[in-house]
Ligand binder design. Sequence first.
Ligand code: NDP
Length: 475
Amino acid sequence: MTAVHVPGLPVIESGQLVSTSPATGVEAGRLPVATEADVREAVGRARAAGEWWAGLGFTGRRERLLRWRALLAKRIEELAELVHVEGGKPVADAIVEIVTAIEHIDWAARNAGRVLGPRRVRSRLILAEFSGHLEYQPYGVVGVIGPWNYPVFTPIGSAAYALAAGNAVVLKPSEYTPAVGQWLVDSFAELVPEQQVFTAVHGLGDVGAALCRSGVDKLAFTGSTATARKVMAACAETLTPVLIEGGGKDAMIVDSDADLDAAAEACVWGGMTNAGQTCIGIERVYAVDAVFDAFVDKVVARAGQLTVGPEGTDIGPITMPGQLDVIRRHIDAAITSGGRAVLGGPGAVQPPYVHPTVLVDVPEESAAVREETFGPTVTISRVRDADEAVTRANAVPYGLGGSVFGRRRAVAIARRLRSGMASINSTLTFAGMSTLPFGGVGDSGFGRIHGEDGLREFGRPSRSPGGGPARCCRR
Ligand code: NDP
C-alpha cells in the first residue's frame, strides 16, 4: 500500500524514509530507515574511523576539511536547490545558509591546531620545578542530532568543529531533511574515502533516541527544548556528555536614539527570513514609547512588501505542516487577548504559507509572546523605557540570542539581556561570525558551538596520547 503524501510530511514506505517538498509534495529524498542495531553498527564503524582520522593530526584533517569546504563552494547551487526542494526555503536563503556553513568549516579547520594542540602552561611557585603541558584529545565518536530549519548550517556548526578536533561524527538529520544530511556526508566521503569518518543514520525520533544510547562519546543536539529534555534523559543513562542548542524566543529592543530605518529592516529580516523558522529569529520587539509608532509604521511598510509563494519569493512555505496550527493558535491567542494585527492576522495562515504578520498590544502572558511561534510573525510592544524593555525581554524561560538598536545605551542594554548572544544595531549576525561562540541559557540550552569554545566542546583537556590527565613534568 502506498502512503498518502501530505506535502512536506515525511512518510516511511517499505523501510525507507521519504521526504517531500512542503510546497509541491514532490519527492525530495528516500533513505533507508536505521534500526537500533544499524545505529550501533554505524557508531562502531565510526569508532575505528575516528582513530584513523585522529591519527591524521591537525594538519592532515585541516587539508581535507578545506577541500570539503571548497567542494561545498563549488557545488553550492546544487545543494541550495536540494535545501529549497526538501525544506521549502527560498534558494537565496539557502545560499546564505551554505555560505555561513562554509565559513565555519574554514575557520574550524584552520584554528583547531592552535586552540586544541599541545601547549605548555605556566607553573607557579608551589610547583616551580615542574612544567605543565596541555592539549585537547578528541572524544572519539560524536553523535550529532539536527533540526530541519537550517539543515546545513546547524549540523555543520557541530560536525565541522567535532571533525576538526579529531572526532568521527554520526549524524541523525531531521526526518524532514534527510536528503540534505545525506548530501553532506556523501560529499565529505568523496574527499575522505578511506574510512567512514562522517556518516548519517536516518529515521524518526526513535533513531535519534537510539543514537543517544548507542555508546557515542558525546552528543550534540540542536532542536526543540522539549526534545532536548528527552535527549538529556537518554544520555543520562550512560553519563554521555551532551551539548544542547535548544529553541528560542529572541527579543529586539529599540531604544529612543535608534536608527529606526535600520531597526525596522533588521526586525523584518530577523523575524521573517526563512519564513520566521529561525531559532535566533526575532519574535518579539520592545520599542520605547518615544519611537514606537514610527517604528511600527516602518516595519509594516517593509514587511508588507515581502512576497510569498513557492518560487522566487521572499517567504516560502512553512516546512512542517503541523507548525501551521501553532502559528494560527498564536495569532488567534494574540487577537482574542486584546492584541491587534497591523499587518496580516488570522487570515495570514494560508497553508502551506503564512503571510507576514505584525501584532501590537499583545499581553505578555499570551502564547504569541511567551512560546516559540516559528512563523513570519512578530509582536511589537510599547515600553516606557529601556529598563522595562530589558525586564520584559528577560521574562521568558528561553535565552538564546537578542538584538538591541540604539546609540548611547546599546551596549549596556545588551549586557543585561539574559541570553547567550546579542547583536547591536544588527540581527542574527553572530551566527555567521565563526570567531564567536554560539549557544544559549535557560530553556535554550547550554554548551557552545562555533569559535574557540566550540572547538573545545569537542576535545577533552588531557595529555597525549590516550586522554590521561593534563601532564605535569619535572624540569
Ligand atoms: P525537534 O526537537 O522536533 O527535532 C530535532 C531533532 O531531534 C530531529 O532530528 C528529531 O528527529 C530528533 N528527535 C526527535 N525525538 C527524539 C528523541 N526522543 N531522541 C533523540 N532525538 C530525537 O526540533 P525541530 O527539528 O522541529 O527543529 C526546530 C527546533 O530547533 C526549534 O525549537 C528551534 O528553535 C530549534 N533550533 C535551535 C537552534 C540552536 O542553535 N539553538 C538552531 C536551529 C533550530 P525527527 O525529525 O525525526 O523527529
